[in-house]
Design a protein around this ligand. Structure first.
Ligand code: NAP
Length: 266
């Protein structure tokens, strides 16, 4: 995706995978202060470690508690940013065909991605956000973190709690922000209780059609996997590194064959 965008923009740069042991992360981040770097992408399990190594963390990333990209300034300072929140918003709004403002949303999960999703919903003006997680205390901690962000009502509960089921019964949007569907089989949302007008958004993008997306479509609901969020967050990072926006379609074309063939991604 990124290399297709560099080629399209005529920029002589490469996005390269560095598989690092933990001890190799600080030297890698230090090297990224050099003039040859535009920035870094960061993935699990080093999002917190890299956050502790950058020179500054942007406000939204600080609030969310997760850095998934790093921008190098012309002076060689490293700024930690979060592109998952605006990436989710772009992907979800594309799927919904409307803004998140005013919607009742159920988010399942309380990890890094769920933090970005809930932050995006609250800052976009969602009417109500219900967070359900297998570990109820994690859902509660997530919701407390966003005290004072947005005006939407918010509820935290265990995944199997009555409150989650009740919220699903009237939800406009139901989001899977867990690894279920990718790591573990099955699904976290009972699509049978959603209203016919609901949309299902699964952050998982490998496999391309998760059990959740298939079940939602079988019920006639609008449903999407996480590929548009993946593309949107990458395009936002690319713009932050290069100043060049509008790379979504180049990136979509580049990533489509890889997402269609999970073996190629692995
Ligand atoms: P994470 O921080 O490790 O969080 C994992 C979450 O999944 C936790 O809430 C965990 O619950 C829950 N979980 C794991 N196994 C479960 C199970 N068997 N049943 C119920 N809940 C389970 O991971 P993350 O970084 O937030 O990523 C979550 C997913 O989002 C991943 O699949 C990732 O690929 C995807 N993602 C997609 C995009 C995109 O651009 N589309 C961007 C970021 C992430 P506990 O709290 O109980 O452990």
């Amino acid at each position: 995706m990124h290399n297709a965008a560099f080629d399209a923009a005529g920029i002589d740069a490469r996005y390269e995978l560095a598989e690092l042991e933990e001890a190799d992360v600080p030297p890698m981040v230090a090297a990224a202060r050099g003039p040859g770097f535009l920035g870094l992408g960061v993935t699990a399990p080093y999002k917190q470690l890299v956050a502790s190594l950058v020179d500054e963390i942007e406000g939204d990333a600080e609030t969310i508690g997760a850095v998934n990209n790093v921008v190098r300034t012309d002076e060689g300072r490293l700024i930690g940013i979060n592109t998952d929140a605006p990436g989710f918003r772009a992907g979800a709004e594309l799927t919904l065909g409307r803004s998140l403002a005013g919607l009742d949303v159920v988010v399942v999960g309380a990890g890094g991605a769920a933090h970005a999703v809930v932050f995006a919903c609250l800052t976009a003006g969602a009417h109500r956000v219900t967070v359900g997680d297998r570990t109820p205390t994690s859902a509660a901690t997530l919701v407390e973190r966003f005290d004072g962000i947005g005006t939407g009502q918010r509820t935290a509960a265990g995944l199997d709690d009555r409150a989650v089921r009740a919220a699903l019964e009237t939800a406009d949007l139901a989001v899977n922000a867990t690894t279920v569907g990718m790591v573990d089989p099955g699904m976290t949302i009972d699509v049978g209780v959603l209203p016919a007008s609901a949309t299902v958004f699964d952050l998982v993008y490998v496999p391309a059609e998760t059990a959740l997306v298939r079940a939602a479509r079988d019920r006639g609901l609008r449903a999407a996997n996480g590929s548009e969020m993946l593309i949107a967050q990458a395009a936002i990072a690319f713009e932050r590194w290069t100043g060049i926006g509008g790379m979504e379609s180049v990136m979509r074309d580049a990533v489509a064959p890889l997402l269609a063939d999970p073996a190629a991604v692995a």
